[in-house]
Design a protein around this ligand. Structure first.
Ligand SMILES: Nc1nc2c(c(=O)[nH]1)N[C@H]1C(S)=C(S)[C@@H](COP(=O)(O)OP(=O)(O)OC[C@H]3O[C@@H](n4cnc5c(N)ncnc54)[C@H](O)[C@@H]3O)O[C@H]1N2
Ligand code: MOO
Length: 394
C-alpha cells in the first residue's frame, strides 16, 4: 500500500485533471455565483461628470455669495457661475460650470438669496469625473466570481450582460446499506443519509449544479450503475465506501467500470481514505463516509475542484492566521483540520473532534489547520484558520 499523499500534492493532482467548460452571455443581474470568461470593460466613466458629494451649495470664489438657482441630482443648473455666485446643490448633483467648491449645508447661513458661511467651502466635496473608473477600464478580470458588489460595478460600467463560464454539473452519489433516504422513516440501527444533501449544498455554493443519487446499497453492481448514470457530469463525487472494509466497494466498482485510480489516501485527519480516479474525461472524487470527513474533504477538495471547473481564477480559499483562545495539546501524525468556534477572544477548538460528530461541525465557524506533529500551542498563538462562517452573526 503506497503512503498517503501530502494535502497540497493531492489537491494539485485532482485539479490538474479539470478545466472550465463553455462560456455564455448572461444578464448581469442573474450572474451571482458565476465566474467571468471575459473581462468586464467599462462602457462609461463613473461619475460621468463632476458631482457634489454633499448637500449644500456649489460656490465660485470667496463669500459672501448670491444664490443663483439649484442643481438637483438628475437636473443640473444650466448657467455658468461667476465669482461670488452659488447654487443650492444636492448630493450626487452635477457641479455647475464655474463652481470650484462645495459648502456643506450645516455651515451655510442663508438670508434670502444671500449666502455666508461659518467655515470655508471645500473642493474635497467635489467627486471628480472618472473618480471610480474611466470608460474602457477593465472593471473585472477573467475568473472573477460575480457577487453583489461585482453586479453593481458591472451595471455602473454600463453593462447589461457579462460573459461567464457555464456552471459545471456535479453528480453526487452517497452509498451505504445503513442509510435511509427519509430521515423520519429510519428505524435503528439505520441512520439518516446526510452526506448527499450536505455535499450538494457545498457544491452549489462553490458554483456547481448538482444531481444527487442514493443512498446506493453496498452492492458493486448498483454502484457501477450509479457511476455510469453520472458519467456525463463534469465531476462525480462519491461519499462513503472509500476505506478498506469488505463492504467498501467504491474502488472495486470504479475498476469494474473501467476507471483507473489516480491516487488513494491523503495524510489528513479527518479525510484519509480519499480517492481520485478517471476514465477519459470523467473524474471521480471519492470522499470518506464519516460526515465530518466528507465535509472537510468536500471543503479541501470538492469545492476547489468545482471552482476550477466553474472558471475561478483562485480555486483555493486562503487560510487566515487567528489567535487561539485556549491552549492546544501537541498534534498527531496526520495534518489535522479542527472544528472550532470564533469569538472576540480568538478560536476555540470543539471538545469533540470525532469525525462522525455533526454538532460541533454545525457550531464551528472555522477549521484550524494543524500541521503534522505540531508542538503544543499557548493561548494567543496564531494558527492558520479557514473561515466557514462569520463569527459575528452567521
Ligand atoms: N481498518 C480500517 N478502518 C478504517 C480506516 C482505516 O484506515 N482502516 N479508516 C477510517 C477512516 S479514517 C474513515 S474516514 C472511515 C471512512 O470509511 P468509508 O469511506 O469507507 O465510509 P463508510 O464506511 O461508508 O462510512 C463511515 C461512517 O460514516 C457513515 N456514513 C457513511 N455515509 C454516510 C452518509 N451518506 N450519511 C450519513 N452517514 C454516513 C457510516 O454509517 C459510517 O458510520 O473508515 C474508517 N475505518
Ligand atoms: O480520516 Mo477519517 O476521515 O479520520 O475519520
Amino acid at each position: 500500500m503506497s503512503a498517503p499523499l501530502d494535502l497540497e500534492e493531492a489537491q494539485a493532482r485532482l485539479l490538474a485533471l479539470l478545466g472550465p467548460g463553455n462560456s455564455t452571455t448572461i444578464p448581469v443581474n442573474g450572474s451571482a455565483g458565476r465566474f467571468l470568461a471575459e473581462p468586464a470593460i467599462a462602457r462609461r466613466s463613473q461619475p460621468p461628470v463632476d458631482l457634489s458629494a454633499m448637500d449644500g451649495y456649489a460656490t465660485c470664489g470667496e463669500g459672501p455669495w448670491r444664490i443663483k438657482g439649484e442643481s438637483r441630482a438628475g437636473a443640473p443648473h444650466d448657467k455658468v457661475l461667476g465669482r461670488g455666485d452659488a447654487v443650492r446643490i444636492s448630493t450626487g448633483a452635477q457641479m455647475p460650470l464655474g463652481g470650484d467648491a462645495v459648502l456643506v449645508q450645516e455651515d451655510a447661513e442663508v438670508d434670502g438669496f444671500h449666502l455666508t458661511s461659518s467655515a470655508p467651502p471645500t473642493a474635497r466635496f467635489i467627486r471628480r469625473a472618472g473618480l471610480d473608473f474611466e470608460a474602457s477600464d477593465t472593471l473585472l478580470t477573467v475568473g472573477t466570481r460575480m457577487g453583489p458588489a461585482q453586479i453593481a460595478l458591472a451595471r455602473a460600467g454600463g453593462l447589461p450582460e457579462v460573459v461567464a463560464y457555464e456552471r459545471p454539473h456535479v453528480a453526487i452519489i452517497e452509498c451505504g446499506d445503513e442509510l435511509c433516504a427519509d430521515p423520519q422513516d429510519c428505524p435503528a440501527p439505520k441512520i439518516p443519509a446526510v452526506n448527499g444533501a450536505m455535499l450538494a449544498q457545498m457544491a452549489r455554493e462553490a458554483g456547481g449544479e448538482t444531481t444527487a443519487t442514493g443512498p446506493v446499497p453496498d452492492d458493486a453492481d448498483a454502484l457501477v450503475r450509479a457511476i455510469e448514470d453520472a458519467a456525463h457530469a463534469s465531476l462525480i463525487v462519491i461519499s462513503g465506501g472509500a476505506s478498506v472494509g469488505p463492504h467498501d466497494l467504491v474502488k472495486p466498482a470504479l475498476e469494474a467500470a473501467g476507471f483507473s485510480l489516480d491516487f488513494w489516501r491523503v495524510a489528513i485527519k479527518p479525510g484519509k481514505p480519499l480517492l481520485v480516479a478517471r476514465r477519459g474525461n470523467s473524474v471521480v472524487l471519492g470522499l470518506p463516509g464519516n460526515p465530518v470527513s466528507s465535509f472537510v474533504t468536500g471543503f479541501l477538495f470538492m469545492a476547489p475542484a468545482i471552482r476550477k471547473l466553474a472558471g475561478a481564477s483562485l480555486a483555493f480559499t486562503r487560510a487566515i492566521p487567528m489567535p487561539l483562545a485556549t491552549a492546544l495539546p501537541p498534534g498527531g501524525k496526520r495534518r489535522e483540520f479542527l472544528r472550532a468556534s470564533w469569538t472576540a477572544q480568538g478560536v476555540t477548538p470543539a471538545t469533540v473532534q470525532d469525525s462522525s460528530a455533526l454538532r460541533p461541525l454545525a457550531d464551528a465557524q472555522v477549521l484550524i489547520d494543524r500541521p503534522a506533529n505540531a508542538v503544543a500551542s499557548e493561548p494567543g498563538a496564531f494558527v492558520p484558520c479557514y473561515p466557514l462562517a462569520n463569527g459575528g452573526y452567521a
